[in-house]
Every structure is written in C-alpha cells, then in structure tokens.
Design a protein around this ligand. Structure first.
Ligand code: NAD
Length: 497
C-alpha cells in the first residue's frame, strides 16, 4: 500500500478509499495507492502550516546545505528513481533516467538560493531615506502533477517552493505515485525538517480539498487543459496565487530547404519518444511545399527500426501507454482519423508483446494528408500518433499554428535564417525550437506555454518560479536621526521636500 507522507513519515492507517497502480508493461496491478479523505487533507496542510514559521526563518545558507545534500542523495539513487518511474509509467529506463536528470537540475538551480533571494537597495532616495526590497515566501504551497513526468514535474515545483522558504503539499498523479514517496524520503534524509514537504495521494477529492483550503496560499498545477482551467479559476476565486500549465498540440514546420535527415530524426524522436506522452511531444508535422514527399520515406525507415516493448527491456525505444483506458482512447483516435479520410501510412493498432499480452501497448502510427477539421488534428492525443498536414506556403503554416488554441511548444526545420527569424518573431507559442524539436529550457530559464497551454502569470521553475513562490516587500527607512518636520498631509515627494 502506498500511503501518504505527512509530517516527515509515511502514514500507516488503512485508507477509506484506494486506487490500483499498474505496471503498464505487464498490464498487472502492482500496488494500491491511498486516496485522501478530508481528514488526511487537513493533516497534510496542518503539518505544512506548522512547519512554516521555523522553515521560513531558517538561515538561507542552512536551507542551501540541505538542498546540496538532497541533490547528492538524488544523484546516488538515480537508478532507483528511474526504475520507479519506468515501472509505473511505462517509459523506458533510459527515458526515465533522463527525466530524473532534468529534475535534479532544478534542485541544482535551487542550491543557488542565497543568490536568488537577494533583494535591491537604494540609498538616499530622499534626504536620509533609503529603500530596500526583498522577497518573502508565501506560506503553504500545493502542487498537483500529471502522470507523464512523475519525478520531474513535481521537482519543477517543490524544490523551488521549499528553497524560497515555503512549505509544500504535493498531490502527485495517482497513476504513478511511488517516486514522489521515495524523493520525500531522500529529502528527509538530507535533513529537511518534518512537515516541510508532504505528499498527499488522491483524486479530485484531494485536489478540491487543497483548492478550497484556507491555509493553502499558492497552487501550482501541471496537467490537461480542462483541469488546468478549473484549477486556475477555483484557486484564483479562493484568493490563491496560481499557475496552471495545461495540454498541448505541438507543430513542427518543415520547410523544403530543411536537412531532411535531421528533420526525420527529430520528428520520430519527438513524436514517439515516451510513446508520445509528453506535453512537448510533436504531434503535427506541417510540411511546406514538397517537404513531406521527401520526409515521409525517411520517417518510415526510422519507424521500422523502433523497438517497442516492456519499459525495462535493454535497448528499447518505446514502452507501453500508461493505462489500458488511455491506450484504448488513443487507438480510438486512429480509428477516427482513418474514417475521416486521412492516409494511414503506418498503423500501430494491434501491436502486442507476446510475453505480456495484457500490457498496454500501441505501435507508432503515422498519418499523412491530415485535415484540420479531423479530431486527430484538433485534440491532444497524447500517444504515439504523428500527423502530417500539407501546405503550399510558409505563411499558411504559421497561421495554422497561430490559430491553434494551444501554444506550448513548436519547432521549425530550415536552413533559411530569415525564415527562422520570422518564425521566432511571429509564432504565438511559448517555447520555440529552431532545428530543435523539443525546446524545453534548462533549469535556469523558465518553462511555460501560451494560450490554452497555461493559465496564470508565471511560468514554472527558474527565475519565474522564484517569483511565483515569493512576494516582494518594500521597506522605506530613515535612520538614525529623523528630521522633525512636523505634521504634513501632502503626499511624500522624492526630492525630500
Ligand atoms: P490530468 O489533467 O488528468 O491530471 C493531472 C492532475 O490533476 C492529477 O494529479 C490528477 O489526479 C488531477 N485531476 C484529474 N482530474 C481531476 C479533476 N476532475 N479535478 C481535479 N483534479 C483532477 O493530466 P494527466 O493525464 O495526468 O497528464 C497528461 C496531461 O498533462 C496532458 O494534457 C499533458 O499535455 C499535460 N502536461 C502538461 C505539461 C506542461 O508543462 N504544460 C507538462 C506535463 C503534462
């Protein structure tokens, strides 16, 4: 039983409600996870609330040392972290190790917290008056995270919130909850005081409990767009600071002058990596002119070489999807694309692994001549399905992307610097790749989409993460010898009069 982590330890009660956790590679139930009730929600928030005053006041250099120790423990346990991710999510071990690495990089960014928390000071803004600003933590922050990066996405949140002096309640996805428990254990071993990080498992009950809890000051969310919008509206109407990152439909333009070998590598890696279950996966290749005619044979060649199988198979490229329900939903999109008249170049339906007939497998799938009124174009499929849309002109390709409601990631493949510059300037998307298919910034930048891919004002992690989890305070001071001017009802003026 995977229970909660509250006040520095795993809870040991018998939960009222539980959910099955699967190993997607075998299709078998591997464990049960507790689903929080109101009592556990209150206990987790109370634990974070109680821990806040001491943690906020702990010298920043001591917080820094705990982060350094946490980073070392993550490093030492990276294989086990990756194994936990892979066994419940279904991505390959190599892909899971990459995810763990990107999470560790956020912790590394946070070890610079004494520098990142520095404020500003202006001397003599008026006669004998100085102004200083500094940032303070908000209190208890909550994080609600998706299944697809069970180690990395929580690490986009809690290391930043905790480094800046907040305490945290994490509600990870109920589909792959184990890695968060292990990370919480490692943070405790690193010296994190009890209650600073709590892990609350659950479903909508736990989420709503956090959104409506008066002691939660801020909410970070990453997941699908309808839930992101709900989280944003509910948390904001309850007066909380909120950042809610949603779903995506990421397009990659290929111009006729592109290096087609590079573009084919990119389309296959970004389309089928992690079985397409990435918010930055490429799901639409927008071919301009005759690019598709030269690209498709190269994509097919690479698809034929992909090894699909259990997530721990040595040398595997792609594992199963996360649940049977999700596999069936993605498979339903392939049915819909075929019925709507798209050309099915490669069909992943019916793919199975003989040793594990119940695993949630689907082979890589490629559609050509997809129209924008088809559901395979309009919806985020979140599976190994790549669609090719054809246009005559670059302008039409740009308008397609700009008219799409999502704006998470996009890419262009070209050797024309002018076209690339026009693209980077005009495209209405938050993260842009030029001859780079998955433009995810490193931890010292910030991550965030535009339009229906993100709600709220701050991107996540990096400098924007520091801003999200802190608020500025301005102090205007006059020391040590006040000038007595008597009562003055006029508005203060900057020249000291
Ligand atoms: P999801 O929206 O179903 O779930 C995300 C979280 O919300 C989970 O913790 C879940 O328990 C909770 N939740 C689910 N339904 C809820 C409800 N009705 N009310 C309250 N809470 C609810 O997303 P998912 O399927 O776990 O993850 C995949 C989605 O996440 C995709 O849409 C993907 O694009 C998106 N995603 C976005 C980013 C990004 O940075 N923009 C990153 C990763 C994933």
């Amino acid at each position: 039983m995977i229970n909660h982590w509250i006040d520095g330890k795993a809870t040991n009660g018998t939960p009222e409600r539980t959910a099955d956790v699967y190993n997607p590679s075998t299709g078998q139930v591997s464990d049960q996870v507790a689903l929080a009730s109101q009592t556990e929600i209150d206990a987790a928030v109370q634990s974070a609330k109680d821990a806040f005053p001491d943690w906020r006041d702990m010298p920043v250099t001591r917080r820094q040392r705990i982060l350094f120790s946490f980073r070392e423990l993550l490093e030492q346990n990276r294989d086990e972290l990756a194994r936990l991710v892979s066994s419940e999510h279904g991505k390959t071990l190599a892909d899971a190790a990459g995810e763990v690495q990107r999470g560790i990089e956020v912790v590394e960014f946070c070890t610079a917290i004494p520098h990142l928390m520095k404020g500003d000071y202006s001397e003599q803004v008026s006669t004998g008056v100085d102004t200083l600003t500094f940032r303070q933590p908000l209190g208890v922050a909550a994080g609600i995270t998706p299944f697809n990066f069970p180690a990395m996405v929580p690490m986009w949140m809690y290391p930043v919130a905790i480094a800046t002096g907040n305490t945290f309640v994490l509600k990870p996805s109920e589909k792959d909850p184990s890695v968060s428990m292990f990370a919480a254990e490692l943070f405790a071993q690193a010296g994190l005081p009890s209650g600073v990080l709590n892990v609350l498992h659950g479903d909508k009950v736990a989420v709503d409990g956090l959104l409506n809890h008066p002691d939660v000051a801020a909410v970070s969310f990453v997941g699908s767009t309808p839930i992101a919008k709900y989280i944003y509206e509910t948390a904001a109407s309850n007066g909380k600071r909120v950042q809610a990152l949603g779903g995506a439909k990421n397009h990659m333009i290929v111009l006729p002058d592109a290096d087609m070998e590079l573009a084919a590598d990119a389309a296959v890696s970004a389309g089928y990596g992690s079985a397409g279950e990435r918010c930055m996966a490429i799901s639409v290749v927008v071919s301009v002119g005759d690019a598709a005619d030269r690209l498709i044979p190269k994509i097919k060649e690479r698809m034929a070489a992909l090894k699909v199988g259990p997530s721990d198979a040595p040398g595997g490229d792609m594992g199963p999807l996360v649940t049977q329900q999700h596999r069936d939903k993605v498979s339903g999109y392939i049915d819909a694309g075929e019925s709507a008249g798209a050309i099915l170049v490669e069909d992943g339906r019916g793919f199975s692994v003989p040793e594990f007939p119940d695993g949630f497998y689907l082979g890589p799938t490629l559609f050509d001549s997809v129209r924008t009124d088809m559901s395979i174009y309009q919806d985020e499929i979140f599976g190994p399905v790549l669609s090719i849309v054809r246009f005559d002109t670059f302008e039409e390709a740009i308008s397609l992307i700009n008219n799409n409601p999502f704006g998470n990631g996009t890419a262009i493949f070209t050797n024309d610097g002018g076209a690339a510059r026009k693209f980077q300037n005009e495209i209405q998307v938050g993260m842009v790749g030029i001859n780079v298919p998955i433009p995810v910034p490193l931890s010292h930048y910030s991550f965030g989409g535009w339009k229906d891919s993100a709600f709220g004002d701050h991107a996540i992690y990096g400098p924007e993460g520091i801003r999200f989890y802190t608020r500025p305070k301005v102090v205007i001071q006059r020391w040590p010898d006040p000038i007595h001017r008597g009562v003055d009802l006029g508005f203060p003026q900057s020249d000291g009069t």
